[in-house]
Design a binder for this molecule. Structure first.
Ligand code: FE2
Length: 374
């Protein structure tokens, strides 16, 4: 009898060890350069539980994050990897390093993927077909960044895409400055504002959220609002100085794409006033620095505005419920209340932004010239 019990315990431990090893999220590709790559994945470590006052017991799964950095790779080369090496396909994937010279490439942009997972999934499937070099999500990846259940859904939807394509993210208000965000993603610089380059194209990711100090809450809401505003002013100054430096160092860039979560121009009536504040904050910064394209999320629809040489594009049709387009602005060129993504071809002399709806149909196209041709 004792022997049988011992065998059962050993068998149980073996199953638990196997379960622990199993990949929960990923593997997925993060930072990419022409010489290096980063691969991440998570394993399930345990299942603590929380008991609610009504007696309901809920498991809160705990994950362990794994990250490997691979160096000394060749540019513009496809590699395959296996993070498990256990004979299964679970840990397998591929990636392609960035080119180290100027040559055409394609990348995709989607935003506000936080809910309606079927829509999000359909958009990711359309993106995969385009075989982009990388993907950028303009923020609000999930409904609540502090809820692990939302990240479980996000990584499940993206399982196929992120396994083979680098996935860069912009911090949105719904991420709630969550520790999960910084655990799961491996991004350049401070992970809030950062940049990377491909050929002569410069990609700048800005943080429009600042320090999220709503948690822990302040006793007085007025004090909280004032402290947030004051600290954001300081934070914004630091971010702007960093941006000026990045633009100066990369002044030979032929294309400059800037991304942040919140828009400079809104066509949603209740948000127009807020965007006036952001435009005042930045002034003529983007036109002065010859930024060609500014892409944001936050307003759940498509909107293209143009002013003084800068294209302002809202792309936030990746899953969240759509918003009204009830207040077009003088700068508005085109808008549509529809789920969509951007597929952008960067060529030697121009970059072509294809706006594609959830049915795979292109409904807008914007062409920008290489800055060196002007
Ligand atoms: Fe948002």
């Amino acid at each position: 009898m004792k022997k049988i019990l011992l065998l059962l315990v050993i068998f149980g431990l073996a199953i638990f060890a196997q379960e622990k090893k199993k990949i929960a999220f990923g593997p997925y590709i993060q930072q990419m350069t022409s010489r290096g790559a980063t691969i991440c994945w998570s394993t399930l470590e345990g299942q603590p539980s929380i008991t609610y006052p009504d007696g309901n017991v809920k498991p809160i799964r705990e994950y362990k994050q794994h990250t490997i950095h691979i160096a000394r790779l060749n540019a513009d080369t496809k590699y395959s990897y296996d993070v498990l090496n256990d004979g299964s396909n679970e840990g397998k994937g591929t990636f392609k390093t960035f080119p180290d010279k100027i040559e055409p490439f394609n990348f995709a942009v989607l935003g506000d993927t936080r809910s309606r997972h079927k829509i999000h999934k359909k958009i990711t499937e359309l993106i995969i077909k385009k075989e982009p070099l990388f993907v950028i999500n303009t923020g609000d990846l999930v409904g609540n960044g502090r809820d692990i259940n939302d990240w479980e859904k996000f990584f499940d939807v993206n399982k196929k895409l992120m396994r083979n394509i680098p996935y860069y993210t912009v911090l949105g208000n719904h991420e709630k400055d969550s520790p999960y965000y910084y655990d799961f993603f491996d991004l350049p610089n401070n992970e809030k504002f950062y940049h990377f380059t491909v050929g002569d194209a410069l990609f700048i990711i800005l943080d429009s959220e600042g320090k999220e100090i709503k948690e822990p809450a302040f006793i007085s809401k007025e004090n909280s609002d004032k402290f947030w505003e004051d600290s954001f002013k300081e934070y914004f100054k630091t971010e702007k100085k960093w941006l000026e430096n990045v633009l100066e160092i990369n002044k030979e860039a032929g294309f400059v794409f800037v991304f942040q979560h919140r828009p400079m121009y809104s066509i949603k009536k209740s948000r127009v006033e807020e965007t006036n504040k952001y435009r005042k904050q930045w002034g003529d910064f983007f036109e002065k620095h010859h930024i060609q394209v500014f892409i944001n999320g936050h307003d759940h629809h498509y909107h293209h505005a143009f002013k003084n040489g800068v294209h302002y594009i809202t792309t936030a049709g990746g899953g969240a419920g759509l918003y009204e387009t009830d207040m077009p602005q003088p700068e508005t060129v085109k808008y549509k209340k529809i789920e969509h993504f951007l597929s952008i071809n960067v060529n030697k002399n121009d970059a072509v932004i294809h706006v594609i709806d959830i049915n795979g149909n292109e409904f807008d196209k914007i062409t920008v010239k290489n800055r060196k041709l002007k």
